[in-house]
Ligand binder design. Structure first.
Ligand code: NAP
Ligand code: 8YV
Length: 325
């Protein structure tokens, strides 16, 4: 199964964590292009590349432009920017970076929830502006975590880690997935709307892609009620951002906390204008140790594929793909 490392050319399109680049570069021949655009591929690259390591959009056209491609190792657990279904049809393995970021992302989700409900970033700004001294105490927050009921959209690896934390806060948890999860004790709702009707706090940690596009719409937000809080750490594409901004503006819900947006790094003006939105620049996994762990898993997937013929963390669309000798 194993082939000479010098025969293996790995393409890095666009930016990738430097630790992944350096580990892959120690073992294999590395080539880079500015972005994953078939127009940037030379004849030499298309002929030699057998692997991609990336943190960017990989389209079907890009996959098809590389006839000897065997594996795409993507940086991140969410891989909605890689056409994994097409890769699977072409016999190309796709890997992601699950588990190593689960607890980190769950921690940040709780931080974002508290910041959103208890307005901690706004209260700090008030202090730094000298207003505590000049105007007195920061206003009491309308919102509180006490008495809330939390719904989780996406009871997967990270959803469970969030649920454990919410339980420790003494709050009830329920969830929606396409399928009921047998080994969790929380009530299941077969639709997202039914979940939203049953809770006042909705945390989305669902993947992006066609199946979840705009799933959190005006009706779901309305169902949360005027004390409603929406937290999104999954993908921006799962939310109708226009409807969310309208719900925040009109008081249909109380507040929202968002780490992800549909067209990053562009944040819609109408969300920026909402005082009751707590906005983060996609930082849930963004600590030095967690990003190093993710970078190691990208490199380990490539190394394992070309030395042992196995991927460590294949995505489900390509789980059937085996390595040709
Ligand atoms: P996971 O273990 O695969 O969990 C995903 C969950 O979503 C599963 O329980 C799945 O259950 C559910 N789901 C998938 N499609 C659905 C649909 N159409 N309708 C309803 N439920 C659906 O993944 P994970 O490791 O927890 O990560 C989840 C997501 O978090 C990632 O895909 C990524 O988008 C996001 N994320 C964001 C950050 C950040 O920095 N903000 C960091 C890490 C991850 P069923 O299959 O039964 O539906
Ligand atoms: C990363 C993420 O910020 O893992 C994911 O799905 O969204 C984050 O951990 C992102 O993938 C880095 O490109």
């Amino acid at each position: 199964m194993s082939i000479q490392s010098s025969e293996v050319t790995i393409l890095v399109p666009g930016k990738l964590h430097p630790h992944a680049v350096s580990r892959i570069g120690e073992r294999f021949r590395l080539v880079t292009v500015e972005r994953a655009d078939p127009a940037l591929l030379t004849k030499e690259i298309t002929g030699s590349v057998v692997g991609i390591a990336s943190s960017t959009v990989i389209s079907a056209a890009f996959i098809d432009a590389l006839p000897n491609l065997q594996i795409i190792a993507t940086f991140g657990v969410g891989y909605d920017d890689v056409d994994a279904e097409h890769a699977g049809l072409r016999g190309v393995m796709v890997t992601n970076t699950p588990d190593v970021l689960t607890e980190e992302v769950a921690d940040v989700t709780i931080g974002l929830l508290i910041n959103t409900v208890r307005e901690l970033p706004k209260a700090e700004k008030y202090l730094r502006e000298g207003r505590w001294r000049s105007e007195g105490s920061y206003l009491l927050t309308k919102g509180s975590l006490r008495g809330r009921s939390v719904g989780i959209f996406g009871m997967g690896r990270i959803g469970r880690a969030i649920a454990r934390r919410i339980e420790a806060f003494g709050l009830p948890v329920s969830y929606h997935n396409r399928r009921r999860v047998e080994d969790v004790p929380y009530p299941y709702h077969p639709t997202l709307l039914a979940l939203a009707e049953a809770v006042d706090t909705l945390i989305s940690i669902a993947p992006g892609g066609a199946g979840t596009r705009n799933a959190v719409d005006a009706q779901v937000l309305r169902a949360l009620g005027e004390n409603g809080v929406f937290i999104n750490v999954g993908r921006g594409s799962t939310v109708d951002e226009e409807a969310l901004a309208a719900a925040l503006r009109s008081g249909t819900i109380l507040a929202a906390g968002l780490d992800v947006f549909a067209d990053e790094p562009h944040v819609p003006e109408n969300l920026l204008a909402c005082e009751n939105a707590c906005l983060l620049p996609h930082v849930a996994s963004a600590s030095v140790p967690t990003r190093i762990a993710m970078a190691n898993l990208v490199a380990d997937n490539i190394i394992s594929w070309f030395t042992r013929g196995e991927a460590l963390t294949p995505v489900q669309e390509t789980a059937h793909v085996g390595r040709q000798a």
